[in-house]
Every structure is written in C-alpha cells, then in structure tokens.
Design a protein around this ligand. Structure first.
Ligand SMILES: [Zn+2]
Length: 173
C-alpha cells in the first residue's frame, strides 16, 4: 500500500508517550471494568492521547503525506484524518454513539477506492480487532491478512474473517 505514497504512520494508543497514561491504566483494569468506567470517561482517555498527536498528524497532512493510523476510537480521529466529515456530523453534542460517523475501516475502503489503491493481497495491522460489522465488510474485500493485538467481540470477528478464508494473526506486544 505504501508503494508510491509518502506515508506517515501513527499508532494509538501511544504507549511510549505520557499521553497514554490514562488509557494504559484503563486497559490494565486499574479503574475497574469497562462498564464501571463508562464510555464518556474512557473516551476522554483516548481523546487526550490523540490530541497529543494531532499537531503531528495535521503537519503530515499539510505536507501531503498519507496518514496511516493504527486503530483509534471513532469521531475525533476521523476529524483529524478526514476533516470534511466534520461538516456532515449531525450527531448532537455529547452524543458518543456517533451514528453518523464511520468506523475507520469504512474510510479506509473509501479512500482506497477514490485513490485507486488496490488492496488485493494487502495486510491490515490493527491494535484492536475490527468490530464484527467492519470484519464482515472487510471479509468481502481482497485484503488477505489481518494482524491485531487485542481481541474484540470475544473472537467473533476473527472467526468471521477466518471463515471467509482470510489469514488472521494475533501479535502480543
Ligand atoms: Zn467497525
């Protein structure tokens, strides 16, 4: 995918940065289970970590680079990568469901379509396994391999991709 493109890669959470402090503690379970922390609070942890990287991402975009982001939480990340979406964001303020935003996988496929990047045989690297909806969509593309670190949906998405004949590998950092 990088052939012929100037690519800047950003990995989230940025475990090597102080901005990932709360995310790391949250993922370690230091604050309790996910439902005890709640989506509003945990979204903040991720948002702060992305905010830390936002200037670098903006600079890369302004330099004409293709920004490849390794797994982020919806909404703010899409605003960073695809500023145009901001204008079509109709979700009410503080609505963390973001029904009118896409998961990044959708944007990935749209971008590939529009820029005529052939994903046949490609490998996707993701911190967190794709959600089942995205996995089903991705299973119908030419993407050959999925590499991830953390599970999602209790292995459902993995089974779905494997049933579609995709190679799935878990890498534990
Ligand atoms: Zn998804």
């Amino acid at each position: 995918m990088a052939a012929g493109h100037d690519v800047a890669t950003f990995d989230f959470p940025q475990y090597d940065q102080p901005s990932s402090y709360f995310v790391t503690r949250y993922l370690n379970g230091d604050y309790g289970q996910a439902d005890e922390v709640g989506p509003y609070t945990s979204s903040l942890f991720y948002a702060l970590d992305r905010f830390e990287a936002s200037n670098k991402i903006q600079a890369a975009l302004e330099a004409g680079q293709v920004v490849l982001s390794n797994r982020v939480v919806p909404y703010q990340s899409y605003l960073l990568h695809h500023g145009a979406i901001h204008e079509t964001m109709f979700a009410p303020a503080n609505d963390l469901n973001f029904y009118d935003t896409n998961h990044y996988e959708v944007e990935l496929l749209l971008d590939a379509l529009h820029t005529k990047i052939d994903l046949t045989g490609a490998t996707i690297f993701a911190n967190v396994m794709h959600c089942p909806t995205c996995a089903r969509m991705l299973s119908r593309t030419g993407i050959a391999e999925f590499v991830y670190a953390q599970d999602h949906s209790d292995g459902y998405a993995v089974r779905l991709l494997e049933a579609a004949g995709k190679k799935v590998r878990r890498i534990v950092p």
